[in-house]
Ligand binder design. Structure first.
Ligand SMILES: [Zn+2]
Length: 616
């Protein structure tokens, strides 16, 4: 009996350790929104009410609340305006345009009344942030009922949201309602809207939108009573073309609902074409675009289906019932269950943007990290998935689809005076370009290097486990590191520090090769400031090859690929390393570090012996 119990406990332990778990004591806030908004297209003014249930799962007593009022960024002299005019490389879409907006063109977001648990409370507007002073505190575990009345004006399109975008979409309504700020183990995150990145608690949304009845509305969430708005006009293959059902009264209310989301975006235009296709019984895709772009947009659904199939398999199953690709905005921007993007251009570009913004639904949408503190977790992980998916559906896939990001990163490494650590907050980079390369390229390389270090199998398991453990939660970078450590059995804190908290770069080289007694000495040097495990391939003149692996000492473990011969580890304190191989010098044809180029070495030229001609 005892023996059986032991066997049973051992089984249980294995099952538990395989089961995905967040760290003990983890908590997160929750907010359920019921929003009702009326928009008048004659004046671009809107009024609305918000009924929120804010559940304080934190161990803290809250004395104040913070809301985002994003539209106020589109006013002369706002933080967004002044920052843009003071950057050496401002976003072309912004530059000094906000400073020139007239009264009827600016964005306005005002909360005229706010009640918490039925009591009127005082508030203070700080540009794009509203600070609310609670009359009585919200205790741990309490649910607060919050009622807001708001009004505003939709700005002309400057950045992301606004009216009358460059392609003629009437309304791109993103960052448009008073939005509860995030509160986590670091307290409130009342980030003003300066340029980019968002972070908010998960919850349920119910949004009622009233507009003149000829408008067609697309957005986050599922449309309630879908069939009362849309009917099928025709089908071509698996693609259905939908038509708006006539509606007699002047005004019409659209009602959307969504769960486990942290934002809600919508767009409206009377001239949208609407097509739809099903991936399977659990997921329907929608496309909203202007008729003149139909040639490319009719080809887009096929690729979008391929994208979802690939993502579901490799990065975790998309959990929502719908996804909409919506023409709108000023480029490509991600929102839960939808994206707003420009509709012009060739099919390749449109597919690329759809794949990038779609992949954001995993990194941003479902895994709601603090993008302001860790913009690279959002943009970098998304860019990694984007490159993998585009490569998988490409007719001519590359060995390393991340080579472009390596090149961008190497370029920044050559400009140390412009470089900043990847741990810099999104808005605080001194150059947009440095933000771009760090968040997108170095962030993508973070994933590519993790994979290089822990090996394909542990990495792929880790990516799925990260998704299952942290979906609808707020993971931090070390949560990914911990999972990869457990999957691979290697220690990785050295990698995290060097790669995220510093501007250290990878550059290894073969300094010389010398004949020894019945052996050959390969002298390796660490030229860059960052340590990494090395893969070394030796080609002999007889055509045979031998593969070696030099672990970095702090990983405390061998190569994840057992086909490589693991030799003694290399400590980061040691700039040089000598590898003795049991072959005569004359037998050696060539020696190469990381021949496939999976390590983000900023100078590949010194990675082989003899050096390739014309390189140095
Ligand atoms: Zn992105």
């Amino acid at each position: 009996m005892m023996k059986n119990i032991c066997a049973f406990s051992a089984l249980m332990l294995t099952a538990l350790s395989l089961h995905a778990q967040v760290p003990q004591g983890y908590w997160q806030q929750e907010v359920d929104y019921s929003i009702s908004v009326k928009l008048d297209p004659k004046t671009h003014a809107f009024t609305g009410t918000e009924d929120l249930k804010y559940i304080n799962h934190s161990p803290d007593t809250l004395q104040e609340l913070f809301f985002h009022l994003y539209f106020n960024a589109f006013q002369p002299n706002s933080m967004m305006d002044v920052r843009s005019r003071n950057l050496p490389d401002p976003d072309k879409r912004v530059e000094d345009r906000i400073s020139k907006l007239k009264g009827d063109e600016i964005g306005i977001q005002k909360v005229s009344n706010i009640k918490v648990n039925g009591q009127n409370v005082l508030s203070e507007e700080h540009g794009t942030i509203l600070k609310v002073f609670l009359a009585s505190p919200i205790l741990p575990g309490d649910t607060a009922q919050i009622d807001l009345i708001f009004e505003g004006q939709v700005p002309v399109q400057i950045r992301r949201s606004g009216r009358d975008n460059a392609e003629g979409i009437d309304y791109t309504m993103t960052q448009w309602y008073p939005k509860m700020a995030a509160y986590d183990n670091m307290g409130w995150h009342a980030y003003p809207y300066v340029a980019r990145e968002f972070y908010a608690p998960f919850g349920k949304f119910r949004v009622e939108i009233e507009l003149p009845s000829h408008y067609k509305v697309a957005g986050t969430g599922s449309l309630e009573n879908f069939d009362s708005y849309w009917r099928e006009d025709k089908t071509e293959g698996s693609l259905s073309y939908l038509e708006l059902k006539p509606w007699k009264p002047d005004l019409r209310t659209w009602v959307f609902t969504g769960e486990n989301i942290h934002d809600f975006a919508w767009a409206a235009d009377p001239d949208y074409e609407h097509t739809t296709v099903k991936l399977d019984s659990a997921l329907q895709l929608h496309f909203f675009y202007l008729d003149k772009y139909d040639e490319t947009w009719e080809r887009l659904p096929k690729y979008t289906l391929q994208f979802f199939e690939e993502m579901n398999q490799r990065f975790g199953r998309y959990p929502y019932p719908q996804f909409s690709v919506i023409q709108g905005g000023d480029g490509g921007m991600e929102y839960p269950m939808c994206t707003m993007l420009k509709g012009t251009g060739k099919i390749n570009g449109l597919v690329g943007v759809t794949v990038h913004e779609g992949a954001h639904n995993w990194y941003y949408g479902i895994l709601g990290s603090n993008e302001t503190r860790f913009p690279w977790m959002d943009e970098g992980f998304t860019s990694y998935a984007e490159a993998e998916v585009l490569n998988a559906i490409s007719p001519s896939p590359k060995v390393n689809p991340h080579a472009n990001s390596f090149a961008a990163h190497a370029f920044l490494a050559s400009k140390p005076e412009q470089n900043e650590p990847m741990s810099t907050m999104a808005d605080r980079y001194e150059r947009n370009r440095t933000y771009g390369i760090n968040a997108y390229s170095r962030g993508e390389i973070f994933m590519a290097q993790l994979r290089y270090i822990v090996g394909d199998e542990a990495f792929e398991r880790g990516v799925l486990r990260f998704f299952e453990t942290w979906k609808f939660k707020h993971p931090e970078p070390w949560d990914m590191i911990r999972i990869m450590e457990r999957e691979s059995g290697l220690q990785l804190d050295w990698f995290y520090h060097q790669f995220v908290e510093t501007t250290k770069i990878i550059d290894y080289g073969i300094s010389r090769v010398e004949a020894g007694k019945g052996n050959t000495e390969i002298h390796l040097e660490r030229i860059g400031t960052m340590s990494m495990p090395l893969k070394l391939r030796v080609y002999l003149r007889d055509g045979s090859q031998f593969n070696y692996y030099i672990p970095t000492r702090l990983q405390y473990g061998p190569s994840p690929d057992i086909s490589l011969t693991t030799v003694a580890p290399w400590a980061w304190t040691h700039p040089d390393y000598i590898l003795n191989i049991p072959f005569d010098f004359e037998q050696i044809e060539q020696i190469v570090i990381d021949e496939e180029g999976f390590m983000a070495d900023v100078n590949q030229a010194n990675n082989s012996y003899p050096q390739v001609e014309g390189q140095e």
